[in-house]
Design a protein around this ligand. Structure first.
Ligand SMILES: [Zn+2]
Length: 507
C-alpha cells in the first residue's frame, strides 16, 4: 500500500504514465468515455482498501492515530492521558458513526469542531467515488492482533499499570509456553516464545497466541476476572467469523459488537488506557456486516507475504493497476501445491511423490501413499470426528482403490468437558478439556474427520504424556481446518475427491 500511496501522490512523470487513481478511473466499468474505455483490455474497480491506520489516514488525508479526532469511524474527540508520554484515549463506545455521504464535512466549520480533515487537502480517492469511510477496512491484523491484543500482552509482561504479572507468575507462564512448544502442530511455522519477549513476537505468533494459547497459558495465573476480560478478544474474533468466507450471522455480529464495547469500557475501568487501536476494534463488526465475510478475510495477513511482489510491480510507476491485476493472477499460480523448494506441482505422479515426502504442512492429516508413516506422529495426530468425539490417531489404513474408503485407527478421549464457560461456553466452538484416553483402539472412516486439533496439556509439570491418566488436555480445533481436514483442497481435486467444504485460508 505504501507504494500505491507514493504513486497516488507523485505527479505524473510523463504523459503516458498514469497514477493509480487515474488508472482506476480509466479501468472503471463506470467510465464510458470512449478515449479511455477503448484502450483497455479489462475493467477494474476498487472494492475496499486494507491498510493499517497510519496508511489509512495518509490515503484519506485524515487525522493520524495520535490526533484528537483520529477515529475514522466515529465522531469523538480523544482525551489526553498520562503525564510524561502523550497518549490519546477514546473512551466513548457510543459516539455517532461517520458515514460516506458526509465525509467531506468532517472538518472544523460553523456547525462542528470535528477536526478530522483538512478541507484544503482532500484525498485523491474522492475522485474515484470510493466510499471514504466504509471503503477503508479496520484491518484486524493491525488493529486487533497487533494493536489491542499485542498491547495487552506487553502490559502483562512489563507494564506495571497494565496488569504486569509478578515474577513467579511470569515464570509459570514461561514454563507453560516452553512445554507447549513441543505440542505445536506443523500448521504453524513459528513457536510462541517467552512472554518477556512478546514485544518482538511476529504477527503470526500473536495470532496463534490469541486463538490457541491464550486460555491454556493464563488459566489459574491471571485472576478469572482478568482472564475473562482478555478472552473477550478471542470470543469476538470467533463471533466475527474468523476464517469463514460466508456471511456471518447477524446475531453474532450484534453479540460481537456488545462484547467489544464491553472490552473497551472495562479497559478504562481498569485504568488501562483505551488507546486508538483498542477503541477501533469496536468498529470491526461494521466491516464484517458490510463485506459479508469473516473478519480474517478482511485482514492484511494475506497480502503481507506478497508485499515485495507488489512493491516491485508498482515501483516503475507505469500502469500500476494493470500490473497489480497481473501480479494477482500470478499469485493464484503460487497458491498451487508446491514442493518444499517452491516448484509448482503440476501432475499427479509428482503430487503423490511429494505427499509421500510429507512436505505440505498445511494439510492437517497429510496424504500418505499406502498409509506410510501417516497420522501416527505426535502432535499432529489429534482430530475431531463428526460424532463430536476427539481421537488420537495411531494408524492409517489406506485404500488403494478408493482413498475415501481409507480408515483411521486411533484412541478416543472418553471424557470431554467444556474447557471454560466464560466469556463463552468453549464447547460451542468445539473447545474441550479431554482426559481418560481409551486403551482400546477403534477404527473410523477417514471421511468422519471434521477438524484437526491443537492439543495442549493442562497446567503441565514435568514432561506430560498421553499415557498419564491424571493429565487433562486442552483440545482446540484449528479454525482454518474445520471441515477441511483431510487434504489440501487442491490436492483433493487433483485426486478426484469431492465432498467437504473448502476453505482456502491457511496460516
Ligand atoms: Zn470510533
Amino acid at each position: 500500500m505504501k507504494e500505491l500511496a507514493n504513486t497516488v501522490s507523485t505527479p505524473l512523470r510523463g504523459t503516458e504514465r498514469l497514477s493509480a487513481i487515474d488508472e482506476f478511473i480509466r479501468l472503471s466499468p463506470d467510465t464510458d468515455e470512449s478515449s479511455l474505455a477503448n484502450k483497455r483490455h479489462f475493467t477494474a474497480s476498487l472494492r475496499c482498501v486494507i491498510a493499517d491506520s497510519p496508511m489509512r489516514s495518509y490515503l484519506k488525508q485524515s487525522k493520524g492515530h495520535s490526533g484528537y479526532w483520529a477515529c475514522d469511524r466515529c465522531i469523538q474527540k480523544g482525551e489526553i492521558c498520562g503525564d510524561g508520554s502523550r497518549v490519546i484515549v477514546m473512551r466513548n463506545v457510543n459516539a455517532p458513526l461517520r458515514n460516506d455521504a458526509d465525509f467531506l464535512s468532517y472538518h472544523v466549520n460553523d456547525f462542528s469542531n470535528d477536526d478530522h480533515l483538512d478541507p484544503n487537502h482532500i484525498s485523491p480517492f474522492v475522485r474515484l467515488n470510493h466510499p471514504m469511510v466504509t471503503g477503508f477496512v479496520i484491518d484486524p491484523m493491525h488493529t486487533m492482533i497487533d494493536g489491542a491484543f499485542g498491547r495487552r500482552l506487553i502490559g502483562f509482561a512489563s507494564v506495571p499499570g497494565e496488569g504486569k504479572l509478578s515474577k513467579t507468575q511470569l515464570a509459570e507462564v514461561n514454563t507453560r509456553i516452553a512445554v507447549f512448544k513441543s505440542w505445536k502442530v506443523n500448521d504453524f511455522d513459528r513457536y510462541v516464545e517467552n512472554l518477556n519477549g512478546c514485544g518482538n513476537y511476529k504477527m503470526h505468533v500473536k495470532r496463534q497466541f490469541l486463538y490457541y494459547h491464550l486460555y491454556p497459558v493464563f488459566e489459574g495465573i491471571l485472576p478469572d476476572i482478568d482472564l475473562n476480560h482478555i478472552m473477550m478478544l478471542q470470543y469476538s474474533m470467533l463471533l466475527l467469523g474468523s476464517f469463514e468466507s460466508k456471511p456471518v450471522h447477524n446475531s453474532d455480529i450484534i453479540e460481537a459488537q456488545k462484547i467489544l464495547n464491553m472490552y473497551a469500557v472495562e479497559l478504562s475501568e481498569r485504568d488501562i488506557p483505551c488507546r486508538f487501536v483498542s477503541h477501533q476494534i469496536t468498529h470491526m463488526p461494521q466491516d464484517v456486516a458490510k463485506y459479508k465475510c469473516g473478519t480474517e478475510k478482511l485482514s492484511a495477513f494475506q497480502y503481507e507475504s506478497f508485499l515485495i511482489f507488489f512493491r516491485r510491480s508498482l515501483r516503475s510507476g507505469n500502469l500500476p493497476t494493470e500490473q497489480l491485476r497481473n501480479r494477482l493472477v500470478e499469485k493464484k499460480k503460487y497458491q498451487l501445491p508446491t514442493t518444499a523448494s517452491g516448484v509448482i506441482i503440476d501432475n499427479k505422479v509428482q503430487l503423490l511423490l511429494e505427499a509421500k515426502r510429507k512436505s505440505n504442512a498445511c494439510a492437517p492429516i497429510q496424504y500418505h501413499h499406502k498409509g506410510e508413516n501417516l497420522p501416527k506422529k505426535m502432535p499432529n495426530n489429534f482430530c475431531a470426528l463428526s460424532d463430536g468425539s476427539i481421537i488420537v490417531c495411531s494408524d492409517f489404513v489406506y485404500d488403494d482403490v478408493n482413498v475415501s474408503h481409507s480408515v483411521i485407527v486411533g484412541r478416543k478421549f472418553r471424557c470431554l468437558q467444556p474447557a471454560f464457560v466464560k466469556p463463552y461456553l468453549s464447547s460451542d466452538y468445539g473447545i474441550y478439556l479431554g482426559s481418560n484416553l481409551s486403551e482400546v483402539t477403534e477404527r473410523w472412516p477417514v471421511t468422519n474427520v471434521t477438524a484437526k486439533i491443537q492439543a495442549f496439556p493442562r497446567r503441565p509439570h514435568g514432561k506430560p504424556n498421553l499415557g498419564d491418566k491424571n493429565q487433562e488436555w486442552y483440545l482446540i480445533p484449528l479454525r482454518h481446518t474445520i471441515k477441511n481436514v483431510l487434504w489440501n483442497p487442491r490436492w483433493k481435486t487433483e485426486l478426484g475427491l469431492t465432498g467437504g467444504e473448502e476453505h482456502e485460508q491457511v496460516f
